[in-house]
Design a protein. Structure first.
Length: 145
């Protein structure tokens, strides 16, 4: 991206992009990249693609680990199926769990705050306690390893 964009802004972009993927098939990383380049080029975003950007790295990570992350969410969200969780809440949770599990340099409190920021901007804040509970549990289990 040509100018400095905060990671908070990039996470919101990632959440919106991943939300758009909920409605299309994305069978490969090449297709994912194509969709993202098109998404960035929209007038609303007006950004240039750079494979080194935090947003692209986060998208790739969440996309590649989505099945494993979904399994974790399913296991920890007793009596809840993924289909019952709001799409944006699920996306915020996937992003947060990816960061907790695969980017340990990002502090847990930042991950929680950013997930809640995404939900406040695009989702249902009634899910905050549920989301924080799952993130906290995964963070605790990761620290015990």
């Amino acid at each position: 991206m040509s100018k400095h964009i905060s990671r908070r802004t990039e996470r919101k972009l990632v959440a919106q992009f991943l939300y758009s993927l909920e409605y299309v098939e994305c069978p490969s990383i090449a297709k994912l990249e194509e969709y993202f380049i098109q998404y960035l080029a929209t007038e609303e975003n007006g950004r240039e693609y750079n494979s080194e950007d935090f947003s692209w790295q986060l998208i790739c990570g969440v996309w590649a680990k989505q099945e494993k992350i979904n399994d974790i969410i399913t296991t920890l969200s007793r009596n809840w199926k993924l289909e019952r969780i709001g799409k944006m809440e699920l996306i915020a949770l996937r992003i947060a769990l990816y960061e907790i599990l695969y980017t340990p340099e990002i502090p847990k409190n930042v991950v929680v705050k950013e997930a809640l920021d995404i939900i406040t901007a695009f989702g249902d804040t009634g899910a905050n306690t549920f989301i924080v509970g799952i993130i906290e549990q995964v963070a605790r289990e990761r620290e015990e390893i």
